[in-house]
Design a protein around this ligand. Sequence first.
Ligand code: URP
Ligand code: ZN
Ligand code: ZN
Ligand code: ZN
Length: 475
Amino acid sequence: MKKIIKNGLIVTAADTYRANVLIENGKISAIGTHFDEDGAEIIDAKGCYILPGGIDPHTHLDMPFGGTVTKDDFETGTKAAAFGGTTTVIDFCLTSKGERLKNSITTWHNKSKNKACIDYSFHLMVGEINDEVLDELPQVISEEGITSFKVFMAYKNVFQADDETLFRTLLTAKDLGALVMVHAENGDVIDYLTKKALEEGNTDPIFHALTRPPEAEGEATGRAAQLTGLADSQLYVVHVSCSNAVEKIAEARNKGLNVWGETCPQYLVLDQSYLERPNFEGAKYVWSPPLREKWHQDILWNALKNGQLQTLGSDQCSFDFNGQKDLGRGDFTKIPNGGPMIEDRVSILFSEGVKKGRITLNQFVDITSTRIAKIFGLFPKKGTIAVGSDADIVIFDPNVERVISAESHHMAVDYNAFEGMKVTGEPISVLSRGEFVVKEKQFVGNPGSGQFIKRAKYGDELSEQGRESLQSTQI
Ligand code: URP
Ligand code: ZN
Ligand code: ZN
Ligand code: ZN
């Protein structure tokens, strides 16, 4: 049945205007002021914004890490994402040395199919470059539609790749049309500082932050940017947490390099002092890079405002406080790294960003959706309100006030890192390809309804599916 969204204010990365949206066959078929309502379901968006569904470019659902597995899987994680106004997630498919990439990708398909309530895609971790990997990567792009590769510069002896691997991944990505993503922290320096801290008996959660200083992030970010220039390739720096890294990204961009930067809500509103909370509560705030001294927040906000950073990812990687974070009592290196962020990503940027005058309403849409779609080859299928685009739409009430709490969140994890924080603005209803996933704040979605999305190569203006959708709407 066709649907018509009426009485709302459409907000895109470019414009804010009053119009109605006609939805047919899962797509936006028209935008206008008068549609024939016979046989249509009418959605009243009075007092609300009509936003393109959020795109979360950085999630770890059902991911093994530190001897345990993240609490949220593709079912609970995507359900919580939808409640938070996100309609697409791009999750990281891990690989192991010696394993065929195809097998790793199959593992990730098995984790997600029949579970995801919204559409999803994968990035692929590259941990080594050898003949087998070089042989397989072209198919990863052409057959799987996975067009971004992730290289870890930290987590020594676990995920960390050396500089040769990073450099050759950059060269390969350039040839194949892929984007290289980096976790930029100097893993060797961190490894040394960590061992030293433990030797000195410094085992509390705060030492997680103190052994991963901002300089280690700035150095790795600068190194990755330099290697990107040398390879004439393209780079996306995930979870930027500090001034040191922002400086390196800005410097690279000023030179004209293709370097993008993402930050996360946790770095915008929480700070290092959270790791010092008593009774091991600091463990709730252990992730990498760590929370920084508060003054870094102004630098991050400013970088979002002036475009030095372009996107907001959640880095969703949730572990229960009881039973999982616990593993690190008496040794901070055993605290599983990560936090539950998928649900509150959009709300926090709206409330702390738009409502507090730090960014504009259109920038908010760009940072949480449109720019991500463009960088990762999803545009214009995803990431905007336009004729021919998927009807991934959020009806967002900008004036509702609520308090974030684990009591009311939809993630499976037993705490919320933003517990007690007041935010203004909330998604009321959320549609994925024209079907309600959340309707009037109630979950009405179906695990398994989310589709795997093949993405366009880096730099291709339109994804294959984007091209098809535009053709089908040409008059
Ligand atoms: O601590 C974090 N961020 N855990 C998830 C893995 C990563 O580094 O992104
Ligand atoms: Zn009529
Ligand atoms: Zn990371
Ligand atoms: Zn991550």
